[in-house]
Design a protein around this ligand. Structure first.
Ligand SMILES: Nc1ncnc2c1ncn2[C@@H]1O[C@H](COP(=O)(O)OP(=O)(O)OP(=O)(O)O)[C@@H](O)[C@H]1O
Ligand SMILES: [Mg+2]
Length: 326
């Protein structure tokens, strides 16, 4: 286990009598990507703002690279970069001027600033647009510039608040590639998103935030196994084998035309092995096999926003997936 780059315990924040964060425990390993997934108003941006020292928590602790966000905000700021939910670039300046301004704000010195800006413009495919005012940039170009601004001082921990909202599929994939290459270089990333596909694509771990609490935390696969709907589909060579298998696996549903059986499953290896062992023992050969796990959309709907009449969630407070491999 590496030491976590980001760690929070019981983080709390209220605005007036509205509790926005109600005790957040989060741990992000160095060099990994965690996605904070949650609906509008869940508290994603508030969490990111606390971790990047822009907002003070009311209670609990938050450490970034071992520095406490309240007691040592300078230490935190020295190692982080933040790409906010809404663009923080100046529309009247050109892309290059924005980057240079950021470099000077980061005390990079004239020569190093120039070199770093040139490097970033190339990396983010903004060379052609560099001298044009930002007002002429497309949404995707703006977002790339936002991220380039964040990376001017080569931070080791970056916060990306909804990095691809509003981007077309191509720009979204470009952004994902950029994030992956940052992580490959060892950067730690905490990103917020409402897009399950994005969390699935990028994240090592996903923390689902709802109503100011983490309601689930695990790898994308672990989260998918939390909700029903997963199944195995087994196909057989002939009707006789299908008959035999159908009698053996009494919880299965049969598809005569497709010579197939559908068996409910959590998608885990253990369940799969048990089913295959039973068929094997009965000398019933499987022709083809596929595993269907529920997608993160199922997880999202199952875990967020569902309340019973008492206003309580009808699932446990927090589903912690650590060490629960099937
Ligand atoms: N400065 C503030 N003053 C009062 N209320 C605030 C403030 N900032 C956030 N809130 C409230 O806190 C709650 C969480 O807001 P936050 O921006 O963290 O949500 P979010 O998960 O980022 O949502 P979105 O997906 O819409 O960006 C919301 O109800 C919001 O109205
Ligand atoms: Mg937000």
């Amino acid at each position: 286990m590496t030491t976590p780059a980001i760690e929070t315990h019981g983080l709390r924040k209220s605005y007036g009598d509205k509790t926005v964060l109600d005790g957040i425990d989060l741990s992000v390993g160095a060099g990994t990507v965690t996605a904070l997934l949650g609906p509008n108003g869940a508290g994603k941006t508030t969490t990111v703002h606390i971790l990047s020292t822009l907002v003070r928590p009311d209670g609990g602790t938050a450490l970034v690279n071992g520095c406490d966000v309240v007691r040592d905000p300078g230490g935190v700021r020295a190692v982080i970069g933040l790409t906010g939910q809404f663009s923080a670039v100046d529309g009247l300046l050109t892309g290059e001027e924005n980057l240079l301004l950021m470099a000077r704000l980061r005390h990079l010195g004239a020569k190093r600033s120039k070199a770093r800006v040139t490097e970033l413009l190339e990396q983010f495919d903004l060379v052609e647009a560099a001298r044009k005012p930002l007002a002429t940039y497309s949404g995707g170009m703006r977002r790339r510039l936002d991220l380039a601004m964040t990376l001017v001082a080569t931070p080791s921990v970056i916060f990306l608040d909804e990095p691809t909202t509003g981007l077309d599929p191509r720009s979204r994939h470009t952004m994902w590639d950029i994030v992956r290459s940052l992580v490959a270089e060892g950067t730690t990333v905490l990103l917020t998103t409402q897009q399950l596909e994005e969390a699935d694509e990028l994240a090592d771990r996903i923390a689902v935030l709802d109503g100011g609490r983490i309601v689930a935390d695990g790898t994308p696969d672990e989260l998918k196994r939390l909700v029903p709907g997963g199944h195995l589909r087994l196909r057989f060579a002939d009707a006789a084998t299908l008959d035999g298998a159908s009698r053996l696996l009494d919880e299965s549903a049969r598809d005569d035309a497709g010579l197939a059986l559908t068996v409910p499953s959590d998608g885990g290896v253990g369940t799969l092995r048990a089913v295959l062992d039973r068929l094997d023992a009965a000398k019933l050969e499987v022709d083809d096999l596929s595993i269907h796990t529920p997608d993160l959309d199922d997880v999202f709907f199952a875990l967020t926003g569902k309340k019973d009449q008492n206003g309580k969630k009808d699932q446990p407070d927090r589903v912690d997936m650590k060490g629960t491999e099937p």
